[in-house]
Write a protein that binds this ligand. Sequence first.
Ligand code: DX5
Ligand code: ZN
Length: 217
Amino acid sequence: MIVSPSVLSLDYSDTRAQIEALNHSGAQWMHFDVMDGHFVPNLTFGPDILKAFSKISPLYKDVHIMVSDPDFISDIFLKAGADLITFHEEAVKDETKIKAIAKKIHAAGRKAGLSIKPGTPVETLRPYLNDFDLFLIMSVEPGFGGQKFMPSSLEKISTLKKWLKEAGSNALVEVDGGVNGETGKLCAEAGADVLVAGSYVFKHDIKEAVQSLCQLQ
Ligand code: DX5
Ligand code: ZN
């Protein structure tokens, strides 16, 4: 299992130590939640924080942009060093535009992800199975860490995995929101390839929490 701790839940009064602990936790990725206060009712960090984290962490930068203008914001985070940029279908809706953003991210030599909120049907992703490297199933309403996992996400994961197999796509399925030891196990059983966890990791022993998710198959 790929584990991508969300730095939204980092203790920012002890940033360097927390990132150091993350570097030695066994996590392969770092999940970086960008929020614009418009697409979601919260505001988080900009490109300079990602640049700074890249200086002190070799982890793969999994950047999740919850913004109303992902075409504009993705340019900013491509320049800031994102390895993977995932944006929301609900912010664009137009199939041609969605595929154009993926193409632009790929042209920059990075990976592209597409995400849907809990209220968006998984069928929405059907036209994109071979255009993206990753699909992010939100198991909470985007905007805040520490929310409760929504079990309705599990069927979306298994359905999407089935479609990807049928389409011959190697895209990964990532799950984000309320993931802990128990819900992470359910996600793994449903076929998830990447687990995002914020509060479960940073509100407990970082290494222990990450290891408990890494060993899930
Ligand atoms: C929510 C973010 C998630 C969040 C996960 O909008 O996209 O990545 O940080 O936090 P937990 O794991 O605490 O639900
Ligand atoms: Zn996220």
